[in-house]
Design a protein around this ligand. Structure first.
Ligand code: E4P
Length: 215
């Protein structure tokens, strides 16, 4: 499973890269706003340091506006993937962008039929938001399983990015389902490596090593 990092914060991306855990990046308007920096400035820097797909989201809600933003941002770097919201106008835009060879990531996916429509439109990626579903007592990972089944039934090439990940269990479940990609906040990436028994075990090994005669 590929790991994308879900942030627009360049220092977090650098840290994820140093851990070898960044195969790509997903951003959204809220994550960019959190950096306090300009959209193009942040994206340009991310493109300089990451060699992988980098999702950048449009904020227009009409087809022409989305197409204009998409072409503009896609021009920044070949690694840019244009993030398009799952609305009717968005699906029209995805269809046009696919014919132009511009890759898209359809975001805010909360149902399997939305994912089916996105694949039919020619989306390169879909982003089901598991954490936000869990927040309202729907099992987010069931959505990923259903999308995976549909895509296998019809051999769609659209890749599934498990998004809105809140904890290590989400990543484990995504891997067990066989999702293509998880987009993960840095904090959760670090949690994935931790285990209290590892810490206790290492402490004991190092204590015992002190008892070994130093010749
Ligand atoms: C995905 O591409 C989104 O950027 C992100 O995963 C949303 O996560 P949130 O629900 O924690 O805002």
């Amino acid at each position: 499973m590929k790991f994308f990092i879900d942030t627009a914060d360049v220092s977090e991306i650098r840290e994820g890269l140093s851990l070898g855990l960044v195969d790509g990046v997903t951003t959204n308007p809220s994550l960019v706003a959190k950096t306090g920096r300009g959209f193009r400035e942040v994206l340009t820097e991310i493109c300089e340091i990451v060699d992988g797909p980098i999702s950048a989201e449009v904020v227009s809600t009409d087809v022409e506006g989305m197409l204009k933003e998409a072409r503009d941002v896609a021009n920044l770097h070949p690694n840019i993937v244009v993030k398009i919201p799952m609305i009717e106008a968005g699906m029209q835009a995805v269809r046009v962008l696919a014919t132009e060879g511009i890759r898209t990531n359809v975001t805010l996916i909360f149902s399997p039929t939305q994912a089916l429509i996105a694949a039919k439109a020619g989306a390169s990626y879909v982003s089901p938001f598991v954490g936000r579903l869990d927040d309202i007592s729907h099992v987010g990972l069931e959505l990923v399983e259903q999308i995976d089944t549909i895509y296998q039934n019809y051999a769609y090439e659209t890749e599934i990015i498990v998004a809105s990940i809140r904890n290590p269990l989400h990543v484990l479940e995504a891997a067990l389902v066989g999702a293509d990609i998880s987009t993960i906040p840095l904090k959760v990436m670090k949690q994935l490596m931790k285990h209290s028994l590892t810490d206790v075990g290492l402490k004991k090994f190092l204590q015992d090593w002190e008892k070994v005669p130093k010749a």
